[in-house]
Design a protein around this ligand. Sequence first.
Ligand code: PLP
Length: 410
Amino acid sequence: MATINENYLKLKAGYLFPEIARRVTTFTAANPDAPIIKLGIGDVTEPLPEACRTAMIAAVEDMGDRNRFKGYGPEQGYGWLREKIAATDFQARGCDIDADEIFISDGSKCDCGNILDIFGNDNTIAVTDPVYHVYVDTNVMAGHTGPANEDGKYEGLIYLPISAENDFTAEIPSDKVDLIYLCFPNNPTGAVATKAHLQAWVDYARQHGSIILFDAAYEAFITDPEIPHSIYEIEGARDCAIEFRSFSKNAGFTGTRCALTVVPKTLTVTASDGSTVDLHRLWNRRQSTKFNGVSYIVQRGAEAVYSPEGQAQTKALVSFYLENARIIREQLTAAGITVYGGVNAPYVWVKTPNGLSSWDFFDKLLNVCNVVGTPGSGFGAAGEGYFRISAFNSRDNVNVAMARITEKFG
Ligand SMILES: *Cc1c(COP(=O)(O)O)cnc(C)c1O
């Protein structure tokens, strides 16, 4: 008889987004004409940059010509794309990252989960609370945790609370943690980390032989010149950090799929027999075995991000969402609501007014303003009393939603 991976049974049924959908459906059934605006999504809304589309169309034509046709590409991604990423995203910022330390993939979400393939099952794992759920759920699936408690926290994981009290940056743990997930700019809080904060993590990791899994999916949204875009801007990070990046949020590739993971060749771990093993070799082996590369057409689209037109167009796209975020911040502040984030990130993290719970504020916003957001408690117990509003939307929707909120709350 076949058996299953019983770890999947420990997963709390996808609760957050189905519950939001259920409440919205109930509301619209009772109020069919309510003009609902959804500011809850973590998906982009604006079309792909023209430079990317033009490059992908040309790549489709390549595929129609027997001399230019491409079959399987390198599992690690094409050299021409990796070279441009290394030069523009890393070397130009002073990061010592080489093209062959970059692995192209079809998404950061999968890479964040797949990376666990190359680590042992006995690591102590730390995540922040609130958190991007992928880090947690993939560890549950891999059998790295016990069951969840009533708070939704899994036994065996270390949760590092982040809130306004600590500037949404976790305190460095006093005891030893082997794998640490950090996401800056942060989803859901929109917080960023200073160089000093990241340096403290890197120093901690090097002292304890830990590995930092650094998710930089939102780095393009950083506006403050003092804030590092990459963990490799930090002294020593090449010896302790893997970085995940994606074209999803800077270039609107959520439906097109292209991302990258950086595994420096200097990153090593000691195996049980005492030998030194470099993680680059393991990840390369893992990808070559289980992955066959991102489509040529999509990689050409991603390459176009690095052309002068592509750089200008992606910058404009990011600025558009950041202007939405600015409007959200300003309008909510004017309505007397305390907000965080939204300056270096497309998410505004709202302190719920009058001590309302995250879900009570959700219901109020839905019923009174017909605006949908995401309850902070859905990202973890420490998100209770907060609420995420996404800047991924049209300008009209943002303006109308904010006008409704200022009218009812202001
Ligand atoms: C959107 C997002 C990503 C990107 O995921 P893709 O699979 O590349 O689309 C990664 N991390 C976080 C925290 C995100 O919100």
